[in-house]
Design a protein around this ligand. Structure first.
Ligand SMILES: [Cu+2]
Length: 146
């Protein structure tokens, strides 16, 4: 009985994160920056475009990183400042670019440094205005930033 009770929240989470086709966010130009020696974190970039009001609420780099954070970068008095966001809102049909010097996904606790030519699998969860969560999977190539 106790075992079953522990399983219920997990089952609810899996059910809540099910894929739905018609309102899917389009994810394009996804790539992961190659790590230079000594660099312990990774960065991933992509363009997100949703047909409806949606919010990126969760990201995971499967088998590649211990955790993934959504970051923003802003210029403050000539100094670039990086900030962790709980979520990234998407307006209908307005592409949001995750790119160098702007929004990006930051990957921590890497299993191994990223090398050009590898591929990284991501799970992204989006929440629509009604609170429904949709899970999407993508594969992004590792590239050199130059
Ligand atoms: Cu960052």
């Amino acid at each position: 009985m106790i075992k079953l009770l522990k399983l219920i929240p997990l089952i609810l989470l899996i059910t809540a994160c099910k894929s739905q086709v018609n309102t899917e966010v389009s994810i394009s130009d996804a790539w992961v920056r190659e790590n230079i020696p000594g660099q312990e974190v990774g960065a991933a970039y992509m363009t997100l475009k949703s047909p409806i009001k949606s919010t990126l609420v969760y990201a995971e780099a499967i088998d590649a990183a211990g955790s993934v954070e959504i970051h923003s970068m802003t210029m403050n008095d000539g100094v670039m400042k990086m900030r962790m966001l709980d979520e990234l809102p998407l307006e209908p049909n307005k592409p949001v670019e995750l790119k160098s010097g702007s929004f990006h996904l930051m990957l921590f606790d890497l299993k191994e440094p990223f090398k050009a030519g590898q591929k990284v699998s991501f799970k992204l969860c989006f929440e629509d205005a009604s609170g429904k969560i949709t899970e999407q999977h993508i594969t992004a190539p590792v590239k050199s930033p130059t």
